[in-house]
Design a protein around this ligand. Structure first.
Ligand SMILES: Cc1cc2nc3c(=O)[nH]c(=O)nc-3n(C[C@H](O)[C@H](O)[C@H](O)COP(=O)(O)OP(=O)(O)OC[C@H]3O[C@@H](n4cnc5c(N)ncnc54)[C@H](O)[C@@H]3O)c2cc1C
Length: 339
């Protein structure tokens, strides 16, 4: 176990904010986690469990305990003629899991290539990209409750997955600490290419019958072109979720904005790309002192150098207000504010 006092989180958040935490504790296994959960000082302190901080906004130094897992491992726990089941440690880098699955010829998560962060957080967030969400492959999530120290194994249904949502993001759910997840992948070729112009890009670069690794390569390269590298400009990917609005609301907006893009969800709501709304309000490519709105994707806020969490939160608020006034749509941050 690693315990650090007054520790800089600059390398633990992709906005690269140089905030400090009073305590930083990294555990290597479930026994160490249980020791922490039973510790009286821990039980009395404020705490947040983080992954690699690619979806966090620290508003201040953190006067409590930041927990981080070092539990790794990708274990093949079941293999049938058509599928494999993997049990993965929460600290495993998500994109390493994808690379491994693709190298083995296992289908299901290739569209989630290149998403930063760790596997435990991926299950909390229900990460998604290019028409696939983590929930599509999850079988179970193993987690400890911080108060009872009990271990629970949640089925996919019990995880209450929805768009960028799980029970672990709900008020009481955030008391769970994920240690492992199990996913099931397919050995039978099946590619999901319906999202945007993914199919056309792949076919133009590869054969009409693309291989699993072709999909991964194309997605990695499209993402590289579209999204800023946190090493260059601190960012947390999409700052806001794409809002869901009612069918009546979209009909009313379409009269005024006939070119407005939208997608119908299975539940009957309509999803509007938040990036389009922000762009319409004139924010794309603009900078506000040390905070920028990325010029290739208005949904991404970037640290131009030396920004604080408060600076970023202020720009986010300005965007939220502008979108609410113009479209009567409330943008909800995907990024989690801490402090
Ligand atoms: C450039 C860029 C591109 C991105 N693209 C995408 C994308 O395409 N799709 C997408 O969905 N996301 C995307 N993201 C957001 C981010 O990568 C995901 O949300 C990711 O899952 C966060 O993982 P993390 O390890 O960094 O978690 P963190 O940001 O550290 O934490 C995220 C949440 O998970 C909780 N958490 C972390 N670990 C655990 C654990 N073991 N147990 C319980 N709770 C835990 C934290 O408390 C927090 O609530 C992008 C981010 C960046 C910077």
């Amino acid at each position: 176990m690693k315990i650090k006092e007054n520790y800089s989180l600059e390398r633990h958040n992709t906005f690269r904010l140089p905030v400090e935490t009073r305590w930083f504790i990294e555990y290597d296994n479930e026994e160490e986690l249980l020791r922490i959960l039973h510790d009286e000082y821990f039980r009395e302190s404020a705490s947040v469990h983080i992954g690699s901080g690619s979806n966090l906004l620290f508003l201040n130094d953190y006067n409590g305990m930041i927990l981080h897992s070092s539990i790794k491992g990708i274990d093949l726990t079941e293999e049938t003629r058509d599928t494999v089941r993997l049990r993965i440690g929460a600290a495993e880098r998500w994109d390493d899991v994808v690379a491994y699955a693709v190298s083995k010829g296992w289908y299901g998560i290739e569209n989630l290539s290149g998403i930063p962060g760790e596997t435990g957080a991926a299950a909390v967030q229900n990460i998604g990209a290019y028409g696939v969400e983590l929930k599509d492959v999850v079988e179970t999530v193993e987690a400890y409750h911080q108060h009872s120290s009990q271990k629970h194994t949640f089925t996919k249904e019990a995880c209450r997955y929805a768009y960028r949502h799980s029970r672990f993001k709900e008020d009481d759910g955030s008391l769970y600490i994920v240690t492992h997840i199990c996913i099931r992948l397919s050995k039978i070729p099946h590619l999901v290419l319906h999202y945007g112009n993914l199919k056309e890009i792949i076919i133009s670069q590869y054969a009409t019958l693309p291989h699993l690794s072709d999909v991964r390569n194309v997605i990695l390269s499209v993402r590289k072109d579209k999204l800023p590298d946190p090493e260059q400009f601190g960012n947390a990917g999409s700052f806001f979720m794409n809002p869901l609005i009612s069918a009546e609301h979209v009909e009313a907006l379409k009269v005024q904005y006939p070119q407005m893009p939208f997608f119908r969800t299975e539940e009957g709501d309509v999803k509007i790309p938040a990036g389009w709304l922000i762009e319409q309000c004139g924010f794309k490519g603009k900078s506000f002192d040390r905070v920028g709105v990325y010029d290739k994707q208005a949904l991404v806020l970037i640290n131009l150098g030396g920004a604080t969490g408060q600076d970023i939160a202020l720009v986010a608020e300005r965007i939220r207000t502008a979108v609410a006034e113009r479209f009567r749509i409330e943008l909800i941050p995907e990024v989690k504010y801490i402090g």
